[in-house]
Design a protein around this ligand. Sequence first.
Ligand SMILES: [Fe+2]
Length: 164
Amino acid sequence: MDGKPTFRNDRQAAVDEIQNANGRKWEIIMAYAWSKDLETGNLLIDTQHQQLIKAVNELLAACSTGQGRDVLNNTLNFLESYTAKHFGDEERLQIQHQYPDYTNHKVLHENFKKFVNELVNQIKTSGATTSLVSKVTFGVGDWLVNHIKKEDMKVAVYIKSKEN
Ligand SMILES: [Fe+2]
């Protein structure tokens, strides 16, 4: 490991373990990459997706210097408020274009908001543990990437097809 960041989407390849100076094991997880297959073509939505991924990546960067637990509370507060805003914007766009799978898509959003809310409750009750750090990085990061690729891209294709 030469300490340089690498950019990958797959979680398995992105995990490496090192022993830091205190003898504590930290997972060094590289960044989630932004790639073409995450682009919906809607500027607002893409910008918001990038902000969400950036928040996860900043937490990952903090982990790589052993500061993941220190920044976790801020990351969670951001994710809680920003996902609510972002999902609201996405849902408005779907309603506006009469997206036929809107109801199912909204359920996915609601479930994810519940998941983030549980993480917020966990930090309040148990503090910023390393296991919570990894739930936020992997749990949130993987969900976002998968959701964008599978669900948000379907919306993008639908909206484009209606515009033509
Ligand atoms: Fe979505």
